[in-house]
Write a protein that binds this ligand. Structure first.
Ligand SMILES: *[C@@H]1O[C@H](CO)[C@@H](O)[C@H](O)[C@H]1NC(C)=O
Ligand SMILES: *[C@@H]1O[C@H](CO)[C@@H](O)[C@H](O)[C@H]1NC(C)=O
Ligand SMILES: *[C@@H]1O[C@H](CO)[C@@H](O)[C@H](O)[C@H]1NC(C)=O
Ligand SMILES: *[C@@H]1O[C@H](CO)[C@@H](O)[C@H](O)[C@H]1NC(C)=O
Ligand SMILES: *[C@@H]1O[C@H](CO)[C@@H](O)[C@H](O)[C@H]1NC(C)=O
Ligand SMILES: *[C@@H]1O[C@H](CO)[C@@H](O)[C@H](O)[C@H]1NC(C)=O
Ligand SMILES: *[C@@H]1O[C@H](CO)[C@@H](O)[C@H](O)[C@H]1NC(C)=O
Ligand SMILES: *[C@@H]1O[C@H](CO)[C@@H](O)[C@H](O)[C@H]1NC(C)=O
Ligand SMILES: *[C@@H]1O[C@H](CO)[C@@H](O)[C@H](O)[C@H]1NC(C)=O
Ligand SMILES: *[C@@H]1O[C@H](CO)[C@@H](O)[C@H](O)[C@H]1NC(C)=O
Length: 770
């Protein structure tokens, strides 16, 4: 064969593969008369009628083939393959099977890991990030580089225990806040408006889903694995800690998927929990979407929960699971049918849910490039606005934990030499966290400083982040020669990740020894930058006068290094606040497996999160400094007395030591009317503009009982204020929502008595009579 021929063939093949790779997969091609005749392709019919028609046309093998995340094509109906598994926790990710970012699209915007984005307490920012991710997703789909528009994010399990390897993925420990995060993310991703209600016809830009239902927040700790863990949760904790984010995600966010967890909940495998998946999620919350198993959780039920293959499949599909991540259900469903444990109608039900979503995504309406989101092109990916947003999120999330003697900000002009010490200070990947994709740009923290400061001395200081050995002399040596020292310490994915919980709360290995030695030798007090998802006990640094500044930067994403230098050099005023309690090391005495939120005085169990834990803290929930100070006044609370004149017989005082009433007794009319307006004036008393999240808490005047939260976040708003500027903000508080807690039976109740509404150091009372 001559060279000429080879070139021609090569060109022809690359032309073919080009067509292959640029055409997005879709059904019901309007130019194909064989396809468009099908009733399921008639765009003017409602989705449920189209889905029914489609399912009638499928034979049993085809039906079974569609029960796994990798759903093959059905060529005779011109239905292409579909990949259900894509991830987008904080940007398009390569963790799923739908996207690889290794063809013509080589990267996508990587926003900060959620725990840092949460620290902004800025719902609108959360929403805008999800909107940007969805546009990048549509762009990749339109370009034929993404094999599905269904994303398994956000993770809405509350951060119950600080050791959780997936702490980084969460919006923190407060159930109300995690719920708000879920709503903002889901609305942004699915194409809804910020306020919700825009997606009236049910069409979706992308599909988002909340995971992991329910109470799955232990991965692998001290021999306990999520595959086999049986979470023992009281009805009370279930109702007011573990379930609320899922409920809000579905009811307000209108999420179109839920993922059932590997673990068991009070003895029942989550994916086989009919009460949870069907009675509660679909029935009570009105969930309208598909339920997917965590990856291989049905196989895990067969391997570790005592089910046969047939029983695991029958139990999960009958409980309400629609798509199995993995191939186990595709492989063994025939057995379940033969054993008569499962009926074909059960499969039809599951397929109705899954195909409805594919239709609502517009993937059965002909070429998606000719539809609503069709003009979103690859130019959308990594565009400047998205880069700016990633930077904004990192800047507003970073938390200033210590700034003694106003060491920070450093003067950019006067700082001519810096020492940067840290094992991963020059690793840009460190900044991404888990569930990441390939970023648009790679800039390490060291490279960020190198842009701003001429003379930089750098030393890793430790062999690895776990710091089993530290190069103290070398680090001290470069520290002594520099005007200022920045130590980049903390954790990485080898210390905390999926399938890997932490075993202690301190800094790994010899990091603490290294920090102390460097701080002792340095010319001026040093700056410690902590990279981590979960909290770290850094009490030693808090009290050490040689450590002048501490900044927690989470995993700040691809804008992280610019965000950090802008803060250190005073071009941005930090305003992030911790979304999780930072506990002392002694907290590790309690087993991670103890799911109780509430303390128990007879055992000395301290309880969990700021709502119940009253022991010592390194930093409390909501802590965070800035370069200025803010002052508050609560200017009005109206009304400040609530009377619900209920009959004694309705009150549940017999069930509880307290006088209270079930909220359900009020009915929605009373609840809708009972609203309290709380006005707060915030003033920036300093000389630097800043963005400041105002947190409104509710606190009973006397906590008589461990069952009652000591404090609850009931509202938050992020306000931008110029130097010396004042602003008034209003919170609308709904007693039926915000003054409640669950009783022992999991019933939502309001306790009678006096409460305080608290903002910073200010409080105003409200009394509730029932
Ligand atoms: C599509 O459905 C509409 C509404 O039922 C009907 O009027 C129309 O004839 C159908 N189109 C085709 C091509 O069958
Ligand atoms: C992209 O990555 C995927 C998964 O690693 C691999 O299967 C595929 O061959 C890669 N494609 C290219 C063009 O490198
Ligand atoms: C898994 O299922 C198979 C087939 O139903 C059964 O034979 C096997 O014992 C099950 N495995 C376990 C560990 O229970
Ligand atoms: C299902 O079958 C496929 C093809 O035989 C195989 O590759 C896969 O490992 C099987 N999956 C499970 C969970 O058994
Ligand atoms: C930092 O990393 C970059 C990219 O890997 C490399 O080019 C550079 O030499 C490194 N800098 C130092 C001081 O090691
Ligand atoms: C960033 O780093 C990743 C991982 O090393 C690499 O795949 C990617 O090409 C880099 N991106 C750029 C823009 O250099
Ligand atoms: C420390 O981390 C490195 C790589 O990050 C790993 O190879 C090593 O096994 C770890 N050592 C310990 C004691 O955990
Ligand atoms: C506290 O612990 C004791 C001893 O384990 C147990 O009997 C009791 O039920 C617990 N109390 C609560 C409120 O959970
Ligand atoms: C709060 O009220 C006090 C008393 O009226 C006043 O002196 C102070 O300036 C007010 N502070 C703010 C932030 O409005
Ligand atoms: C009161 O207690 C009974 C059990 O004694 C329980 O069934 C009922 O649900 C409780 N009612 C409320 C409102 O908590």
């Amino acid at each position: 064969m001559g060279l000429h021929k080879i070139i021609v063939i090569t060109i022809f093949i690359s032309f073919l593969s080009n067509i292959e790779s640029t055409r997005p997969p879709f059904s019901c091609d309007t130019y194909n008369p064989d396809t468009i005749k099908f009733k399921f392709c008639n765009f003017s019919l409602p989705v449920d009628q189209r889905v029914d028609d489609l399912i009638l046309r499928l034979n049993l093998d085809e039906k079974i083939s569609q029960l796994g995340n990798t759903a093959p094509a059905i060529p005779r109906l011109n239905i292409p393959a579909y990949e259900w598994w894509s991830e987008a926790l904080h940007g398009l990710s390569t963790e799923g099977l739908g996207l690889f970012l290794n063809r013509s699209i080589k990267g996508a915007t990587q926003f900060p890991q959620i725990i840092l984005t949460a620290s902004t307490f800025d719902e609108n920012l959360w929403y805008r990030i999800a909107q940007a991710i969805a546009r990048e997703a549509r762009a990749a789909y339109n370009a034929g580089e993404l094999k599905g528009m269904t994303f398994w994010a956000p993770n809405v399990n509350i951060l119950r225990d600080p050791r959780w390897g997936r702490a980084q993925e969460t919006a923190g420990e407060d159930p109300m806040m995690v719920g708000k995060y879920a709503v903002a993310y889901v609305r942004g991703l699915q194409g809804d408006s910020f306020e919700g209600g825009k997606l009236k016809n049910g069409n979706l830009q992308a599909s988002a889903g909340c995971k992991h239902l329910a109470a799955q927040d232990l991965d692998y700790w001290n021999g306990h694995h999520r595959f086999t863990f049986n979470a023992q949760v009281t009805p009370q904790d279930m109702a007011d800690s573990f379930q609320p984010p899922f409920k809000t995600c579905v009811e307000e966010g209108k999420a179109t998927s839920l993922m059932c967890a590997y673990s068991r909940l009070n003895g029942v495998s989550n994916c086989a929990n009919y009460d949870l998946l069907t009675t509660t999620a679909r029935g009570q919350w009105g969930f309208n979407g598909y339920i997917v198993s965590d990856c291989d959780s049905v196989r895990v039920m067969n391997d570790s929960h005592g089910y046969t293959a047939e029983d695991a499949i029958a139990a999960s599909i009958k409980a309400g699971m629609d798509v199995n991540c993995g191939s186990f259900v595709q492989n063994y469903t025939r057995l379940a049918l033969q054993a008569k444990k499962l009926q074909e109608s059960d499969i039809d039900r599951a397929l109705r849910n899954s195909f409805s979503i594919r239709m609502r995504l517009g993937l059965f309406n002909g070429d998606p490039r000719k539809q609503e989101y069709g003009d979103i092109s690859p130019a959308e990916i990594c565009r400047q606005e998205h880069q700016d947003l990633a930077l904004e999120a990192a800047r507003n999330g970073i938390v200033l934990l210590k700034n003694s003697a106003k060491l920070l900000p450093l003067s950019k002009i006067k700082t001519i030499s810096l020492a940067i010490i840290g094992p991963k200070a020059n690793d840009s990947e460190l900044l991404l966290g888990n569930y990441a994709g390939v970023p648009c740009k790679n800039v390490s923290l060291l490279q960020g400083f190198q842009r701003d400061v001429k003379s930089i001395g750098y030393h890793p200081g430790c062999n690895f982040v776990n710091c089993t050995s530290a190069a103290i002399d070398e680090a001290v040596d470069i520290a002594k020669k520099a005007q200022h020292v920045v130590l980049v310490m903390g954790l990485d994915q080898n210390v905390e990740r999926e399938n890997w919980d932490r075993v202690d709360l301190g800094l790994p290995g010899q990091q603490e020894i290294l920090i102390k030695a460097v701080a002792e030798a340095a010319v001026k007090p040093v700056i410690v930058v902590l990279v981590s998802g979960g909290p770290i006990d850094i009490s030693f640094a808090k009290d050490n006068p040689k450590i002048g500044g501490i900044l927690w930067i989470g995993y700040p994403g691809e804008g992280g290094s610019a965000a950090l230098t802008q803060i250190i050099f005073g071009e941005h005023n930090p305003g992030g606040r911790l979304p999780v309690t930072w506990y002392p090391k002694e907290y590790m005495k309690i087993p991670m497996t103890d799911m109780n939120m509430r303390p128990n005085s007879s055992t000395g169990y301290p309880g969990r999160t700021y709502r119940f834990y009253k022991g010592p803290k390194v930093y409390k929930f909501g802590y965070g400094l800035s370069y200025t100070t803010y002052a508050y006044n609560i200017t009005s609370v109206s009304p400040n007395k609530l009377y619900f004149n209920y009959q004694i017989s309705d009150k549940t005082s017999k069930n509880d030591s307290l006088h209270n009433i079930a909220v359900s007794k009020f009915g929605s009319e009373v609840c809708n009317k009972a609203k309290i307006s709380v006005n707060v004036v915030v003033k920036n008393k300093g000389e630097m503009a800043g963005k400041h999240p105002v947190l409104l808490f509710l606190r009973p005047s006397k906590v008589k009982d461990d069952e009652v939260p000591r404090k609850q976040l009931i509202g938050f708003k992020s306000v931008g204020l110029g130097a010396g500027e004042k602003s008034q903000i209003e919170f609308i508080v709904s007693p039926c929502e915000h003054f409640t807690r669950a009783n022992k039976y999991g019933v939502s109740v309001i306790d009678e008595g006096k409460y305080y509404l608290v903002v910073g150091d200010k409080k105003k009372s409200v009394t509730v009579s029932i």
